[in-house]
Design a protein. Structure first.
Lengths: 261, 335
């Protein structure tokens, strides 16, 4: 409860700050909108050339991409910690965080909040709507809670992987280029998993489980019964990876060395 | 009057990696890296009572900040026992930090982009301070520090002195019984320094707040602290009252004579040898400084004045700063 009220306090503050720079906000909004539009056109062009891939139709693939955008937008809005090493370790901002009576990771997430990323989810819904209507998908009332469950599960998978990567900074003081690489790998999750060979499929399912952010949960909504087990594993994997990352974080914070003055 | 801080054989070691030279060296570094273990804080022990104001001093790299960071729960000690406000700082961090206030002079605690009062509001939430407590306590703090007019300005638009006063207020939002100040007066002008010192004295008297501060400015210590802990290379070399430090080390005075003609040390030495006076050349022409034991000041002056013609004469007390410099040059403090 306390954490929830702190969350809303930070969010209110964030919005207040953004509103102070009205022109900035407007420019940012339009540039975000533009980049989403470019994304949309890109998808339609790319998938325009393929009709069937390992039994997946063009519209099904577009739907997967649309779904993927929703957990990804949530991740971008709340777990924007790619510059953790630079900002909190090298510049020593973590000192300040650690003198406050709220969990350190929670504080960092609040400080790095970027709500405008949520716009990506809107694009996701448009794409899903477009693909879904062409596919004549059945829709039930219980799909709504399941959708939420899968989206949140996907977000936690992303968050877990990237938090785990951020904790590397506690053990090694070298700056690594692993973050951008991981962003690339994460993109593989939005294509049908059976187009890859077995090793990559295994990795995308159990090691860096990005398939749970795109293709597996979407399979449920596309009515692909052979994947249902994986679909419903999404929230389980999300919680498991997030808890693992949290444990790593708590162990890492003990090794924090601080930055010299 | 319990002990607020109890530290026993506290130690912090860092591994410092060194890289080999050349390309081959870089390859070898990939597999095994050379490192040295550096003892930033080496088995120190001390206790601090409720309501004390303690100055924690030492040269750069002596281990001051490392100690403070262990006491505030930021760093985990390598070995030893720490108990602050009856808690283990890094083990019960979140409950513990609610009982302390921290100001790092070189790092802002406030949010850069938002108005000061908004920062206060966030902190009030984070520290779970009730509206009535906040009102009662902070109104007074804001008034004393004279930061009322600054509250609606964003932190980035404040001057260093204005910011520092706001930082201090921010650290006191939850009215902590223990305050850590790491170089709170660094880079501030005299007036702001005085205001901050006045304020610290006041909250110490009013709330019996314990204050531990590090500083490079000895005048801060002289104005505020009855007790100093002096650190050198990770070890405590002096722990006691400032008064005792002065008595043991600051014995005697310096008398500067400016003579009207040139004098050599060979002429001066025999005259005052009986009192154990040491002479050194002053900065101006024909000036000499006598380092004199307190008891014999008047005899020495009359003796010199009787023998030579004098243009000017100055009497100096040895400053605390000089005492501290002497201690660092000679190592462990006696007494």
């Amino acid at each position: 409860m306390f954490y929830l009220s702190v969350f809303f306090q930070y969010m209110a503050q964030y919005i207040k700050t953004k509103l102070q720079y009205r022109t900035d906000l407007l420019v940012e909004f339009f540039s975000d909108l533009m980049s989403q539009a470019v994304n949309l056109i890109f998808i339609l062009v790319v998938f325009g050339h393929t009709d069937l891939l390992h039994g997946w139709t063009r519209d099904e693939m577009i739907f997967i991409y649309g779904f993927f955008l929703v957990p990804f937008a949530l991740f971008g809005a709340f777990f924007n910690i790619w510059d953790f090493n630079e900002r909190y370790i090298v510049r020593g901002e973590l000192d300040r965080v650690l003198t406050r009576p709220v969990h350190s990771l929670f504080q960092i997430i609040l400080e790095r909040m970027e709500l405008e990323s949520l716009l990506g989810a809107v694009t996701g819904f448009i794409i899903m709507g477009y693909a879904g209507s062409r596919l004549d998908l059945d829709f039930h009332w219980y799909d709504v809670p399941i959708f939420l469950l899968f989206v949140i599960g996907g977000m936690f998978i992303y968050a877990g992987v990237f938090i785990a990567l951020a904790t590397i900074s506690f053990w090694s003081d070298a700056r690594s280029s692993i973050m951008p690489m991981m962003y690339n790998i994460s993109n593989y999750g939005r294509y049908p998993i059976d187009i890859y060979n077995r090793v990559i499929r295994y990795i995308l399912t159990w090691v860096l489980p990005f398939a749970f952010v795109g293709v597996y949960p979407s399979a449920y909504f596309l009515g692909k019964k052979e994947w249902y087990v994986y679909s419903f594993l999404t929230p389980v994997m999300g919680v498991a990876f997030f808890v693992l990352a949290l444990l790593l974080w708590n162990a890492g914070i003990k090794r924090y060395r601080g930055a010299g003055n | 009057m319990g002990n607020v801080i109890e530290v026993e054989n506290l130690r912090k070691e860092f591994k410092a990696y060194s890289s080999r030279s050349g390309l081959m060296g870089a390859f070898r570094d990939l597999f095994t890296r050379n490192y040295k273990i550096i003892q930033a804080v080496h088995d120190i022990s001390f206790t601090v009572n409720q309501g004390e104001m303690v100055g924690y001093i030492g040269e750069n790299g002596a281990g001051k900040s490392t100690t403070i960071k262990m006491l505030t729960g930021i760093l985990t000690p390598t070995a030893g026992k720490v108990s602050v406000n009856g808690m283990n700082p890094h083990k019960e961090r979140e409950a513990f930090v609610r009982t302390i206030g921290v100001v790092f002079g070189q790092r802002s605690q406030l949010w850069w982009d938002i108005a000061v009062q908004e920062s206060f509001r966030l902190l009030k939430k984070v520290y779970r301070v009730s509206d009535s407590d906040y009102k009662e306590h902070m109104e007074h703090v804001i008034e004393t520090l004279d930061i009322g007019p600054l509250l609606d300005k964003p932190v980035r638009k404040l001057s260093l002195g204005q910011r520092m006063r706001c930082e201090l207020a921010a650290a006191l939002i939850h009215n902590p019984p223990l305050l850590f100040l790491d170089e709170p007066t660094i880079g501030l002008d005299v007036l702001v320094k005085l205001k901050i010192r006045e304020f610290l004295k006041e909250i110490n008297q009013k709330y019996n707040t314990t204050i531990l501060l590090t500083t490079h400015d000895i005048s801060d210590i002289e104005a505020l602290c009855d007790r100093v802990i002096m650190l050198d290379e990770g070890k405590i070399i002096y722990d006691g009252s400032l008064q005792r430090l002065k008595e043991n080390w600051g014995e005697g005075k310096q008398i500067q004579f400016t003579f009207s003609q040139e004098i050599t040390s060979a002429e001066l030495h025999p005259l005052t040898a009986a009192w154990g006076v040491k002479w050194s050349r002053g900065e101006q022409d024909n000036s000499w400084i006598a380092h004199v034991p307190k008891a014999h000041v008047s005899e020495i002056i009359s003796c010199i004045v009787n023998h030579y013609e004098i243009q000017d004469l100055n009497l100096y007390e040895i400053s605390t700063e000089e005492i501290i410099r002497n201690i660092y040059e000679e190592g462990v403090a006696h007494g």
